[in-house]
Design a protein around this ligand. Structure first.
Ligand SMILES: C[S@@+](CC[C@H](N)C(=O)[O-])C[C@H]1O[C@@H](n2cnc3c(N)ncnc32)[C@H](O)[C@@H]1O
Length: 234
């Protein structure tokens, strides 16, 4: 397969494709993540947790928790967090003491209003139906509860964007493919930026799902973004 050839699945096949891919790369996910972001990803998670202003008595859901980085960040604050993910192999690798559930963000197995906060890291591009996930997160949040999202972003500066494009489009697939022995997964990663909503689309999708007071914080010289919003009181 050529380097630039699309590996993005057809719309209806996205969820099983993503699940199988994360099942395959679960064993090397953490190390590749740290290398890819030069270890900055942990700081971004800690920043999102801080910016969400959640009290120690809160119940938090980490949606698409993967190997549990956010769960550990919540635990470090003494907050009770629950993890949910599509991929059983990612959950199996989770180094966290939190309760874990295998499931999909588009149909959460929790009652209405059962969480004070919902966090989610690097998963927007992977959801088969992001609008559906926003609506489910809204349903399981109590009125006034907080949603916090960490996702990659496209840097605004032309120079940084060019360097980032080279790194993300060439170096990451090469290194990720070598370490994880799954080349197609690390070709999917840069290509999946095509699924990333623009700033305006993010705002519109979140507003439409019933979120208010949206804040967007850019980190890593524009390579990542934090989106924080509240569930409206209606
Ligand atoms: C890039 S990993 C991020 C893992 C973790 N949140 C982190 O910060 O490292 C994306 C995760 O989203 C999960 N995922 C993808 N689609 C999902 C869905 N529809 N519902 C729940 N989890 C999903 C994948 O299984 C994978 O573990």
């Amino acid at each position: 397969m050529k380097q630039n050839e699309s590996v993005l699945p057809d719309e209806g096949a996205k969820q099983p494709y993503v699940r199988d891919m994360f099942d395959r790369i679960a064993g090397t996910y953490d190390i590749v993540n740290r290398l890819m972001t030069f270890g900055l990803d942990q700081g971004w998670r800690a920043r999102l947790v801080r910016e969400m202003h959640v009290g120690p008595q809160a119940r938090v859901l980490d949606l698409a928790c993967g190997t549990g980085d956010f769960l550990r960040a919540w635990s470090a604050k003494g907050v009770r967090a629950y993890g949910l993910d599509l991929s059983f192999r990612m959950l199996e690798r989770a180094k966290a003491y939190s309760p874990l559930v295998q499931g999909v963000g588009e149909a959460l197995p929790f009652q209405d209003g059962s969480f004070d906060a919902v966090s989610s890291g690097f998963a927007v591009r992977n959801f088969a139906d992001f609008a559906g996930v926003l609506s489910e997160a809204h349903r399981v949040l109590r009125p006034g509860g907080v949603l916090g999202i960490l996702e990659v972003a496209t840097p605004r500066s032309r120079l940084v964007r060019a360097m980032h494009g080279l790194y993300f489009g060439s170096v990451v697939p090469l290194v990720g493919g070598l370490i994880s022995a799954d080349k197609s997964a690390y070709r999917y990663l840069p290509q999946s930026v095509a699924y990333l909503p623009s700033d305006v689309e993010f705002r519109e999708l979140m507003r439409h799902a019933g979120y208010i007071e949206l804040r967007r914080i850019v980190v890593g010289f524009g390579a990542a973004q934090l989106l924080i919003a509240k569930r409206g009181a209606e």
